[in-house]
Design a protein. Structure first.
Length: 606
């Protein structure tokens, strides 16, 4: 039954003295948890106290040991003795129900009860405490994970079915580095060349060209499977429904992931496994993304059977969850959002794709290991750190790590999107980044991108840290790194880092400049850009004022104040207009609820 507390009762009590309790509070509103134990001895690896079924049927505790053990599990009120065969097993008072909820072998333990409102579990061996777990409350349908990646530092509540993954590391391989919109044929040709299998994971899917490639592959006998999110922000469109219908009618296995018991807030990765090749992108499977009709994106095709096999295992795990539904079943009786017209815009190829050698590879995933590993990459940088993102969260661990890198003397450049739906927030963020860097005298500069004729908007999520490149779907905000399913590859090597750094340098050069008083003026038609680290030279007014002025970096405070007032006046109309357009066109709706337009919006729409 569901319990928030228990009344006192006489029972055997095992008193445990715990030498050390390490507290860990999960980000957001997750309840506090504490745990002790080691990764090598017997330990509690997960607790599932609050199943969705009535009466908490199937609740369990998973315990791991490397060898057969005789242990005692107590909660301070009662104790149960268990004999474990070795490995990981689930202990449950209702083993039949528990077997439907976990893949671990289940051992029946009569009398085992777990409190939803908080519990202290003590694991003992011959009277000696070997592990202790304390939690304050148990969210419905969520499992407390205590041993992610083999480290006793990961403690978090996650929906049942989510499995933490270790960081996968592989030897070097040949790769094809490319960017969009310059080289849309790389991804398409990879799909067209499939002989055996295509496993495609995405957030949205609206590309007619990719649809044709998958249908043709299926007609050739290729095993094609597709997994996309069931409720992207703004809803599934009529175009996406048509594309998925066409795939399903051609015999492609199409499934959607989400719903009340979803393991992830959004299924947001952009990758494909094609035979023994891995294709990882920052872009969605739509004309504006992988089709090369709009966005600046990064992509890489990696000829690594080991990496492809690992991504295939991730895909198999994600598509097998209880939160996954076949498309044909899901779409019955549903209405879909009207689609916007397809863009016919084309862009000149300025950056050709390139075959490059990658010295080593890592596969990172969120939720789980990606945030920690990205911070590690930034922390390891010594000379240069280039970041391109739709936006950045100011108090995120990534942003803090970038400032720490600058304090070590690393030259940091952050390029953000100037697209209308994030422009107001990004202007404020860029100015905040640059002001903070100037205040601390740090070699960190931020800009808004000015696409010109090269692309329409920044959509890439990339990092070049010395000779390490990060390519994938991970946005620089907490929702993306902790709640969404995201996939990132870390590529190490001089050749691959040089390729993406050259693209970044070209986009940086075309940027509007740091948005301080000078950069924002230039974005409104003034010439020149400066705030930190660049020579502003002279700023010449556009038609707005019909005059000219020269401003040096040593401009007086009075002069800066005047220009700041001009900046505010020039931008006010645009800010109000664009906020209204964004709210009208991109309501952040999921499962019928409207969420605040904030970093959550950015994490889920990009």
């Amino acid at each position: 039954m569901s319990r928030s507390h228990r009344s006192p009762r006489s029972c055997a009590v095992h008193v445990a003295l715990v030498a050390l309790v390490v507290l860990s509070v999960v980000a957001g509103t997750s309840p506090a948890v504490s745990a002790t134990g080691t990764a090598t001895g017997p330990r509690i690896v997960s607790v599932y106290p609050n199943p969705l079924a009535d009466g908490d049927v199937g609740e369990f505790v998973a315990v791991s040991s490397s060898t057969p053990q005789s242990l005692t599990l107590s909660d301070g009120e009662r104790a149960v003795d268990v004999s474990l065969p070795g490995g990981t097993v689930a202990l449950s008072a209702d083993p039949t129900a528990a077997r439907a909820l976990t893949d671990h072998p289940v051992v029946g333990v009569p009398g085992l009860e777990l409190a939803n409102g908080g519990e202290r579990l003590v694991l003992e061996r011959e009277g000696t405490v070997v592990d202790t777990v304390v939690y304050e409350s148990a969210p419905a349908g969520e499992r407390l994970l205590l041993d992610a990646d083999g480290e006793r530092t990961e403690r978090e509540w996650r929906p049942l079915g989510y499995e933490p993954r270790p960081v996968s590391r592989y030897e070097g391989a040949q790769a094809t580095a490319f960017v969009l919109p310059d080289s849309p044929d790389v991804a398409l040709d990879t799909l067209r060349a499939a002989d055996d299998r295509v496993l495609l994971a995405g957030y949205t899917f609206t590309s007619p060209r990719v649809t044709r490639a998958l249908v043709n592959a299926s007609d050739r006998g290729v095993h094609v499977r597709v997994l996309v999110d069931d409720a992207p922000v703004g809803g599934l469109t009529t175009r996406e429904a048509r594309m998925l219908d066409r795939l399903a009618h051609a015999g492609v296995e199409v499934r959607v992931i989400g719903g009340e018991a979803a393991r992830f807030s959004f299924h947001h990765p952009k990758y494909a496994v094609v035979d023994h090749t891995a294709l990882v992108l920052t872009e969605n499977w739509k004309p504006a993304g992988v089709g090369g009709r709009s966005s600046r994106g990064w992509g890489v095709r990696i000829d690594s059977p080991a990496l492809a096999s690992d991504l295939a295992a991730l895909f198999a795990s994600d598509i097998a969850g209880r939160d996954v539904t076949s498309w044909t079943r899901f779409r019955r009786g549903r209405a879909f959002t009207e689609s916007d017209p397809l863009s016919e815009q084309t862009f000149e190829t300025r950056h050709e794709s390139a075959r490059v050698r990658v010295d080593s590879l890592r596969l990172l995933t969120a939720p789980g290991n990606a945030e920690r590993e990205v911070v590690r990459v930034i922390d390891d940088s010594e000379e240069r750190l280039d970041v391109v993102q739709v936006s950045v969260e100011r108090d995120h661990s990534f942003t803090r790590a970038a400032f720490d890198a600058a304090r070590r003397g690393v030259e940091v450049r952050i390029l953000l999107s100037g697209a209308w739906y994030v422009r107001e927030e990004n202007e404020a963020t860029v100015e905040w980044l640059n002001r903070r860097a100037e205040r601390e005298d740090l070699p960190l500069t931020a800009k808004l991108a000015a696409p010109g004729e090269r692309f329409e908007k920044i959509h890439a999520k990339g990092v070049v840290a010395d000779d390490t490149v990060l390519v994938g779907s991970l946005n620089w905000n907490s929702h993306s790194s902790r709640e969404n399913r995201e996939v990132v590859v870390a590529l190490e090597g001089e050749a691959v880092s040089n390729y993406y750094r050259e693209v970044f340098a070209a986009d940086w050069k075309g940027g509007r400049g740091p948005v301080g008083w000078c950069g924002l003026l230039s974005s409104r038609g003034w010439r020149g850009s400066c705030w930190r680290g660049e020579d502003c030279g002279s700023i010449r007014t556009g038609d707005a004022l019909g005059a000219s002025a020269s401003v040096s970096r040593s401009q007086s405070l009075v002069g800066r104040h005047v220009l700041r007032r001009v900046r505010d006046a020039l931008s006010l109309h645009d800010v109000v207009r664009d906020r209204d357009r964004e709210d009208a066109a991109h309501g952040n709706v999921r499962d019928g609820r409207i969420a605040p337009r904030s970093d959550h919006f950015l994490a889920t729409t990009q």
